[in-house]
Design a protein around this ligand. Structure first.
Ligand SMILES: Cc1cc2nc3c(=O)[nH]c(=O)nc-3n(C[C@H](O)[C@H](O)[C@H](O)COP(=O)(O)OP(=O)(O)OC[C@H]3O[C@@H](n4cnc5c(N)ncnc54)[C@H](O)[C@@H]3O)c2cc1C
Length: 293
């Protein structure tokens, strides 16, 4: 059965930057069958598809998103553990996945387990910290393709590299469920390590509407440091500003349009190019109806 489809759902409600105009259509399937029916329906209507995770790494255009936006519903948040294997729906939050691992005396998610957002979004982004990225733990994945077929992929077939995966290039996979291979560990110590990083984030990262780091780090070169050294801290466009606390955080003061955030990001890129001769690459994903000005 096709789940309920909403019209003109405002994407700012679904993104941590709190910007983004309406999606033409929006649905939250709860089973692989619903998901499969939904994508077949979208294909039959020639609707472009966009997949939303927790919206923690997205800059959605003010003009919204064409076609159908799919966000995995509650049915995709189940987590189960057997031995050292954890199986979870890709709509589960990374925090819940990592905490479930710790409760079952399993380690291996101390890096990605502190990153906001869902398991699906983390896999697409190969999210993580210096403690490790999610890709290293992924043994296999079940995805629904945009033609409605269900496929299983091995770790090798996911093409993980730094903050990247095959799924950023090939948009026809909707990640539904992942099998993670973890390692036996002292659960209490794992949980304490997760909490220590979460505390550190609260103490050192700016509070407000953000998408985390806007730009990717370069090998041995922190993007935040390059932005800071180029004198960008405090730069503003409309309601968008470069954080004084962490220069790679481009924030919304609550009044910014997506266009303000984009124009400020481009200004930062131009400044770093001029000062450091480095081309910063976006880590945040720009989606929706972006028109050139
Ligand atoms: C305060 C803050 C701190 C952050 N710190 C870090 C950090 O330390 N390390 C780090 O790596 N990131 C960090 N991030 C960025 C972000 O949290 C990660 O990139 C996260 O993994 C994105 O997950 P998400 O579910 O929100 O995905 P979204 O932002 O919703 O989507 C990201 C991409 O994945 C795609 N996608 C999402 N779900 C699926 C799915 N099921 N199937 C197919 N495609 C899908 C989307 O289409 C999009 O292209 C931070 C963000 C914030 C706000």
């Amino acid at each position: 059965m096709i789940p309920k489809i909403l019209e003109k759902e405002i994407m700012a409600r679904h993104t941590t930057l709190r910007v983004g105009g309406p999606a033409d259509f929006f649905a939250e399937p709860n089973t692989a069958e619903e998901l499969s029916e939904l994508v077949k329906y979208a294909a039959s209507e020639n609707m472009p598809l966009t997949i939303l995770g927790g919206g923690t790494n997205l800059l959605v255009a003010d003009e919204g998103i064409e076609g159908l936006v799919i966000k995995l519903g509650e049915g995709f948040t189940k987590i189960s553990v057997s031995g050292t294997t954890l199986t979870a729906g890709c709509g589960a939050s990374m925090a819940e996945v990592a905490d479930a691992a710790a409760r079952n005396n399993l380690g291996g998610l101390q890096g990605a387990g502190t990153v906001p957002g869902t398991l699906g979004g983390a896999i697409v982004m190969n999210a993580g910290t210096h403690e490790g990225n999610i890709g290293a733990a992924v043994r296999s994945l079940r995805a629904v393709k945009t033609d409605g077929t269900v496929v299983d992929l091995t770790h090798e077939e996911c093409g993980f590299t730094y903050r990247n995966s095959r799924f950023q290039r090939e948009k026809d996979f909707i990640l539904a469920e992942a099998v993670l291979e973890l390692e036996p560990a002292d659960g209490k110590a794992v949980y304490e390590s997760l909490e220590a990083v979460r505390r550190h984030r609260r103490e050192t990262q700016p509070v407000g509407f953000s998408a985390g780091c806007f730009f990717k780090n370069r090998e041995h070169m922190s993007a935040g440091r390059m932005i800071d050294e180029s004198g960008c801290k405090g730069m503003r466009v409309g309601g968008a500003y470069v954080s004084d606390i962490h220069a790679n955080f481009i924030m919304n003061d609550g009044t910014a349009a997506a266009r303000d955030l984009y124009e400020l990001a481009e200004k930062v890129r131009e400044t770093v190019k001029k000062e450091k001769n480095v081309d910063l690459e976006y880590e945040v994903r720009l989606i929706g109806r972006w028109t050139k000005k």
